[in-house]
Design a protein around this ligand. Structure first.
Ligand SMILES: [Zn+2]
Length: 235
């Protein structure tokens, strides 16, 4: 990484809207850099997918129980990847537009201030999921390039079942990371997220995740790749 050459200690912060987005988006890339001694932290803005459980048949206890399981899964997945610390905010699932934007920005600013990352991985600007789009906007606001800003590189990842479900299909990656050596860790982390995974051919199935990585791989002559859109780089 070029920032290492510039004498800045690289540190990664992944900022995701929901538990599992961080692994789907960049799990194998994180594992790859962690293996090389780079510290990675995770910040997830919502604790769970409450909207999915919010049907009249589900009691408050059932919803709480499901969310507890999801949090447990998130921590397990983080430890499989080697993420140093996973933190959560508690913004309401699928309703980030009901929260004052500044509140989301401030939570991210606080986390950036604590972690002082040089690299941020976050959502793609044209995901179908509104929480994802708000997250990207909030990240860009929180890490605006002021002189004291630690963040030098911002990358958008794709989240299968959101990035490709908007129209027109527009994700146009220009950064391809070879994750052959750590792809198994990504799959294991996704297995930990049992409650979030689906059956093939759903895009969030184990087989589809592998197909996507192989497809990006074919573009750059590699076997398994995670692809990103570079949002900003300051050198
Ligand atoms: Zn999400």
């Amino acid at each position: 990484m070029t920032i290492a050459q510039a004498g800045i200690k690289p540190r990664i912060l992944v900022i995701a809207a929901h538990p599992d987005d961080e692994i789907l988006g960049c799990g194998a890339t994180l594992a790859r850099y962690i293996r090389r001694g780079i510290e990675a932290h995770g910040f997830i803005l919502g604790k769970g997918k409450s909207s999915r459980f919010a049907n009249p048949g589900n009691s408050a206890e059932t919803i709480q129980k499901e969310q507890d399981i999801l949090l447990e899964e998130a921590h397990k997945a983080a430890s499989i990847i080697g993420i140093s610390r996973l933190s959560f905010a508690d913004f309401p699932d699928q309703r980030y537009d009901s929260v004052p934007f500044l509140e989301i920005v401030q939570r991210i600013e606080d986390m950036v201030e604590q972690v002082k990352p040089s690299i941020v991985f976050t959502h793609y600007r044209r995901d179908l999921n509104l929480d994802h789009r708000i997250t990207l906007k909030a990240v860009l606001t929180a890490v605006r390039p002021l002189p004291e800003q630690s963040v030098r590189h911002i990358y958008s990842f794709e989240v299968p079942s959101s990035t490709e479900w908007n129209v027109p299909l527009s994700f146009s990656p220009n950064v391809f990371i070879d994750v052959k050596e750590t792809f198994d860790q990504k799959l294991a982390a996704l297995q930990a997220y049992e409650s979030e995974m689906r059956e093939y051919p759903h895009p969030r199935s184990m087989r589809a995740i592998e197909i996507i990585a192989r497809r990006w791989g074919t573009i750059v002559g590699k076997e398994l790749v995670e692809a990103f859109e570079l949002v900003r780089e300051i050198k």
